[in-house]
Design a protein around this ligand. Structure first.
Ligand code: HSE
Length: 405
């Protein structure tokens, strides 16, 4: 069976490499069928690359080639990936994707197009890199009512935070290292400011609860205001700071979903997830807590998930897999600030007496070199709106959510 790859960047070149390297073993998995890359679409030139005869700059070379039945889209971004994917699905080709931005924005439309045209649109690589999570959530945990999910969903920021926590490395140096290793997005702002994690939260929430969630519905904060001082205070409370995506089921037609730095106490399965690794903790009513852990970014781990989808499409070339979700609505994702109670870490220019006057119980934290006019403490559980009200008049430096996962 002939396959095409659109986008020959880090992930796309990994997909070609895995398909070629595993060419001898793949037929054993799909009843003797072979998978051969016939075309690679990219506008750039790759002098010296051994695939010169496969490269094309013209999308129509893939669209109009009837031999090509499965296309791996590893281009990233919404345009032109959406237009290309829609045309391919309408032409009766299955498409697999690592493009979380596209799935988060346009997943519902593309899944519906796949359904209408009797083909598959799969995107295991869009969340958690090489970690199997989309299929387990869709199939293996199908018997559960999902109560919530929490995930370390961005390898770049987890790598940066790990370097800050374990090596005291400055933020910029850690970011450069993550970029050199091929973890970061083209524009690393998407990593640092939480947009990449937000897209993954949208995909997980859509799948877990059956209604499309758009990035604009998910309150998103990144890690750019986390300092080594915060890291140090949180360490004194036996915790670490992680960028978490959190999703909570409220009722059949309401969920909460948000991305932010969060204090995770040691003892949580998420606390020891370091470097570029990701983990997704799923809380089901029958199974309890299950945690999916593995490499969350990088060429070969992500290619591993894309090629698994290509193989799955080849296995299901004559029938569609049941996979998808329905439309959501504007009120579906509630304002977490008014609805979700949790403890908070607060750092302020204030005295312990001031804090005690505002909160019935707080746990004070300490750090080496703590100035005499600075305090840090953990509050009781309350909504963020209640916290904002209580903190009125206090010279607050930073606030970080404390997770219960
Ligand atoms: N930039 C992303 C990350 C790549 O660092 O996790 C994988 O989605």
């Amino acid at each position: 069976m002939k396959v095409a790859v659109m986008g020959y960047g880090t992930v796309g070149s990994g997909v070609v490499e895995v398909l070629e390297k595993h060419a001898p073993s793949i037929p054993k998995k799909i009843a003797g069928e072979t998978l051969e890359v016939k075309r690679i679409l990219d506008l750039r030139d790759f002098p010296g690359d051994p695939h010169q005869e496969l490269f094309t700059k013209d999308f129509n070379d893939i669209l109009n080639d009837d031999e090509i039945r499965i296309v791996a889209e590893t281009m990233g971004g919404v345009n032109p990936a959406f237009d290309f994917t829609a045309k391919l699905l309408k032409a009766g080709k299955s498409v697999v994707s690592s493009n979380k931005e596209l799935v988060a924005q346009k997943g519902l439309e593309l899944l519906n197009l796949a359904k209408e045209n009797g083909v598959n649109y799969l995107f295991e690589a869009s969340v958690g890199g090489g970690i199997p999570i989309i299929r387990p959530l869709n199939q293996c945990l199908a018997a559960n009512n999902i109560e919530g999910l929490a995930g370390i969903l961005n390898g770049t920021t987890n790598f940066i935070l790990t370097m800050m926590i374990e090596k005291g490395m400055p933020f910029d140096e850690a970011l450069r290292l993550a970029q050199d290793k091929g973890y970061a997005e083209k524009d690393p702002t998407a990593d640092i400011e939480g947009h990449d994690a937000c897209r993954k939260v949208c995909i997980l929430a859509s799948l877990a609860f059956g209604k499309h969630v758009y990035p604009s519905q998910v309150d998103t904060q990144g890690i750019s205001n986390i300092t080594l001082e915060d890291v140090s205070y949180v360490a004194s409370a036996d915790g670490v700071i992680k960028l978490l995506g959190q999703i909570k089921h409220i009722s059949d037609d309401r969920i909460a979903a948000f991305v932010s730095p969060a204090v995770v106490y040691h003892g949580s399965q998420l606390a020891s997830v370091n470097d570029v690794f990701n983990a997704i903790l799923v809380r089901g009513d029958a199974v309890g807590d299950v945690c999916f852990y593995g490499p969350g970014a990088g060429k070969m781990p992500t290619a591993s998930a894309v090629v698994a989808d290509v193989i799955d499409c080849a296995k299901h070339i004559k029938r569609r897999k049941y996979f998808g979700w329905g439309a959501g609505d504007e009120d579906y994702v509630v304002d977490y600030k008014a609805n979700i109670k949790m403890p908070f870490y607060v750092r302020a220019k204030a005295s312990e007496t001031e804090a005690k006057a505002k909160f019935t119980t707080v746990k004070f934290l300490s750090r080496k070199g703590q100035p005499s006019d600075e305090i840090a403490f953990i509050t009781d559980a309350m909504t963020e709106n209640e916290l904002t009200e209580k903190l009125e008049g206090m010279d607050v430096i930073n606030i970080i959510k404390v997770t219960d996962y």
